[in-house]
Ligand binder design. Structure first.
Ligand SMILES: C[S@@+](CC[C@H](N)C(=O)[O-])C[C@H]1O[C@@H](n2cnc3c(N)ncnc32)[C@H](O)[C@@H]1O
Length: 464
């Protein structure tokens, strides 16, 4: 007989379903460039996670991804190991723990013990001890104290300060500041902070009632409330949009009000003479095409929607539904399959950096790189050139991005205007009742001013 204490039986770690789901999504985002807003809902459904846990996992994933850059800096301040030497899965687990500790109301004990349990399951016992030690250090201070400690003072480095405080990469802070026109103006620090803070909030769910297919009243009956700016908009304060019949059958859809406004502005711009054909040059997944097709049907006009990728063209077909006279083709919009000058209205909603939609794609700010901008610029110019050539004399062209980056907006438009084939027209009167539209003639919407994505619209008229 021996007096040695009995070895503790091995206990298999059992992380809770919500935190494990959150980790799996972060891992997929980091490992294979997945999009959290696509992976997470599928995973929650597949694992049949109950609504309360699903809401917790959603906040955990979105909040952690938005603030990951700042959380990594906090972790770095808690260890002597250079952050580059810590494996990404360990940083993911740590970031989930830091978010619970500093930005959610999870009690410290629960946040640490549940995250360590998760670490034991997905990283192993050794690395779980490291996670435990770091999280205990993080828990000693609140978020504001940490931020004061790790951010450079505003006076020495305004961009660096705001980048840490609001968790945006520095180059994006610079680009947004340029776009806001507030750079170097100390009075506009508040505007810049409001914009960065708005990027960290989940957007409200905006719905579009496609005209002629559904009345707004039907959406209100299903629990929606009136939208802010667009005549087609409703807001869903809570609940799953897919539970609404009109959404399920494609008569209505989820669509940011900014997108609705730019599509409506194109449809309502003055064009002389009879109209017969409109063109959407970059139509996938079909948000604007769905609205334009519905408006076009009411005016007995046909819409040609072009999308380069097959699967996205299929989504455009779904958005247009059973409306007749419209056509969707899978094609490269820079290689026109139509005669020049054959459309009355053309929209080029070009691929862009998406810096205006950071609220919706929590990981995108860390994934995008400054070198993406010139690369996208070439395609943006080629598409706008094709769009101008496709419009008939007197026809209107909408150049749209969901980015406010000057190199993707005004600079592109100015380059194309140099060919003298089109002129800019004032888009502002086509946004009735919408404040803060600036000095024009183009329009830039903002999350902090309008509650929309930062959509940009330049309206051009084809010269005769
Ligand atoms: C910003 S999205 C358009 C969003 C769409 N208008 C909506 O409201 O749902 C840009 C689209 O252009 C497509 N695209 C990229 N290059 C293209 C090209 N050369 N020709 C046509 N479409 C292209 C992309 O696949 C993407 O679906």
């Amino acid at each position: 007989m021996t007096n040695a204490p009995a070895a503790r039986p091995y206990r298999r770690p059992r992380p809770d379903a919500a935190r494990l789901a959150a980790y799996d999504v972060l891992h997929a985002v980091g490992e294979r460039d997945a999009y959290a807003n696509l992976v997470l809902p599928a995973l929650l459904r597949e694992r049949r996670i109950i609504p309360r846990d699903a809401a917790f996992a959603t906040e955990l994933v979105h909040g952690t991804l938005r603030r990951q850059g700042t959380y990594d800096r906090i972790v770095a301040a808690c260890t002597d190991r250079p952050i580059q030497e810590i494996d990404p899965p360990v940083l993911d687990v740590l970031a989930l723990g830091v978010h619970q500790l500093l930005s959610m109301r999870t009690p410290v004990h629960a946040a640490v013990s549940a995250t360590v349990e998760l670490a034991r399951a997905v990283l192993g016992d050794g690395r779980a001890k490291f996670v435990n030690a770091i999280l205990r250090r993080v828990s000693k201070q609140d978020l504001d104290t940490w931020l004061r400690q790790i951010a450079p003072p505003y006076e020495d480095d305004p961009e660096g300060h705001l980048a840490v405080l609001h968790s945006h990469p520095r180059w994006i802070v610079q680009a947004l500041w340029d776009a806001l026109g507030a750079r170097g103006n100390p009075h506009d620090r508040a505007a810049m902070e409001a914009l960065l803070a708005a990027d960290n909030l989940a957007p409200v769910i905006s719905l579009v009632a496609r005209p002629g297919r559904v009345e707004l009243a039907e959406l209100y009956e299903a629990g929606a409330t009136p939208g802010r700016w667009s005549p087609y908009a409703a807001t869903l304060p809570e609940g799953d949009p897919a539970a609404i019949k009109a959404i399920r059958d494609g008569r209505a859809a989820v669509q940011d009000e900014g997108s609705q406004l730019v599509a409506a502005a194109l449809a309502n711009a003055e064009v002389e003479g009879a109209e017969s054909r409109w063109l959407d040059l970059c139509a996938g997944p079909g948000g604007k095409a769905g609205l334009l097709a519905a408006i076009a049907t009411g005016r007995d006009v046909s819409l040609l929607a072009v999308e380069r990728r097959h699967h996205r063209a299929r989504l455009v077909r779904n958005a247009i539904g059973h409306l007749t006279h419209h056509q969707v083709i899978t094609a490269d919009g820079t290689r026109p399959a139509w005669r020049p000058g054959s459309f009355d209205r053309v929209i080029a909603d070009v691929p862009c950096s998406g810096l205006g939609a950071l609220r919706r794609r929590p990981e995108s700010r860390w994934r995008r790189k400054p070198e993406d901008i010139p690369e996208l610029g070439e395609l943006q110019r080629a598409l706008l050139r094709t769009a101008v050539a496709a419009a008939r004399p007197g026809g209107v062209i909408a150049y749209v991005t969901c980015s406010p980056h000057p190199a993707e907006t005004r600079v592109v438009v100015d380059d194309i205007l140099r060919a003298d084939e089109a002129e800019l027209i004032d888009a502002r009167p086509l946004f009735p009742g919408v404040p803060h539209l600036g000095s024009g003639p183009d329009v830039q919407l903002w999350p902090h001013l309008h509650g929309t994505d930062a959509m940009y619209l330049a309206l051009l008229r084809r010269r005769g």
